[in-house]
Design a protein around this ligand. Structure first.
Ligand SMILES: C[S@@+](CC[C@H](N)C(=O)[O-])C[C@H]1O[C@@H](n2cnc3c(N)ncnc32)[C@H](O)[C@@H]1O
Ligand code: SF4
Length: 381
């Protein structure tokens, strides 16, 4: 906490992709023509200018450039973007700056350009190493490009890199899912995000659902995969996030620990604590057309007191680490009595353990996270 305010992060959204993947509900738009590199960077920096009063004397602890496909931006545009941000907000000495990169969109030269611009962590969207599965997922790259991207990231000597991998894919056997994981581990990424594929509303997969592994197979994939990861030296610290010791993603940790973040770019969300302790959320214009007319802010609103506890625990209990009890009051401004009833219920149900200093989610709590969180909903807390 600086000036009594939470750590500050910055999220930057790049909304274009070469084509839309059938499972994806992120704010991403199939590119028609060329990315408007310089024009979009100018809009991002104008958007940031409008948000500078929310910094309130803080340094940036982390930056995450996500998408969409940020690696469609030229390294010059990335340099201008990073220079522009640096001129406007001081960077913490140990700042973590992540960029998402899609295999098939990054050449070796561009990678080192991004690094020169200040990117020190790259998150590569591998998804699978199986050529047929990649085609089924609508990906524009094959396994070879994913491996090459990971090798490039290793060679650059970045502070860290992540591989995104999905499991529970259409017609995927347990062995195929574990084989994907083995290949990812062999590339030795310091961080691995291992997501179970979910069918999201308003996606192509939702309108034409593929055949997914049944619940028993999904459970076996998770159990055996989790074991493989542990044996390879990875620690799970969130539902889908695994890291070697010392390589957790600081940016995501700040979200889940209920820190503050500015969001710039199409559809970006922000959460900011004001000097009086109230919490404001901001949402930027979703579609590139409106955003690039200079209409950056879609809406902003204050988080009602009765919603703060649920929001705090919904984020916090994604993490497997213990939650310091003092964080609740420090970050929501509410006394612990506000949630005493809900905490007691969760403890009685075996979802939570309490010591004088921390709350620790139990294995049972992890398994029944939705029931645990229900206790903190405004009408029940
Ligand atoms: C912001 S997305 C996209 C990053 C990048 N554009 C890419 O596709 O490589 C981050 C990650 O979320 C995961 N993801 C996206 N849609 C998902 C879904 N429906 N179910 C599970 N994971 C998903 C993918 O692993 C993806 O790499
Ligand atoms: S490339 Fe990534 S962001 Fe773009 S549509 Fe596919 S999953 Fe979504």
């Amino acid at each position: 906490m600086a000036n009594g305010l939470p750590r500050l992060s910055l999220y930057i959204h790049i909304p274009w992709c070469v084509q839309k993947c059938p499972y994806c509900d992120f704010n991403s738009h199939a590119l028609k023509g060329e990315v408007p590199h310089q024009e979009y960077v100018e809009h991002l920096l104008n958007d940031l200018d409008n948000s500078l009063h929310l910094v309130q004397g803080r340094q940036l602890a982390t930056i995450f450039i996500g998408g969409g496909t940020p690696s469609l931006l030229s390294s010059q545009a990335m340099q201008d973007l990073m220079d522009g941000v640096r001129q406007r907000i001081p960077f913490a000495a140990e700042i973590e700056v992540t960029m998402e990169a899609n295999p098939g969109t990054v050449e070796a030269e561009r990678f080192s350009g991004y690094q020169q611009a200040g990117i020190n962590r790259i998150s590569i969207g591998v998804q699978s190493f199986d050529a047929q599965k990649l085609t089924r997922l609508g990906r524009i790259h094959g396994p070879g490009e994913a491996i090459r991207a990971a090798e490039l990231a290793t060679g650059l000597g970045l502070r860290s890199f992540n591989l995104d991998l999905m499991h529970g894919l259409p017609d995927q056997s347990i062995e195929q899912a574990l084989d994907d994981l083995r290949q990812a581990i062999a590339l030795n990424p310091p961080h691995l995000s291992w997501y179970q594929l979910t069918i999201e509303p308003n996606t192509l997969f939702a309108s034409r659902p593929p055949k997914l592994p049944d619940d028993d197979d999904l459970w076996d994939i998770f159990e055996q995969g989790d074991q493989l990861l542990r044996e390879a030296g990875y620690e799970q610290y969130e539902t889908s996030a695994y890291a070697k010791p010392g390589y957790r993603c600081e940016h995501n940790l700040n979200y889940w620990r209920f820190g503050d973040y500015l969001g710039i770019g199409c559809g970006a969300h922000g959460k900011i604590t004001l000097a009086d302790g109230s919490i404001m959320r901001t949402v930027k214009t979703r579609h590139p057309k409106g955003y690039m007319r200079g209409e950056y802010l879609d809406r902003q609103f204050m988080v009602a007191d009765e919603d703060k506890a649920f929001e705090f625990f919904m984020n916090r209990f994604r993490l497997l680490e213990a939650c310091p009890r003092q964080d609740f009051t420090a970050l929501t401004g509410l006394p612990e009595e506000h949630v005493r009833g809900a905490l007691d219920k969760a403890i009685a149900a075996g979802y939570l353990q309490e010591t004088p200093d921390v709350w620790q989610i139990t294995a049972q709590g992890k398994l029944f996270l939705n029931s645990l969180l229900e206790a903190f909903l405004p009408e029940t807390a």
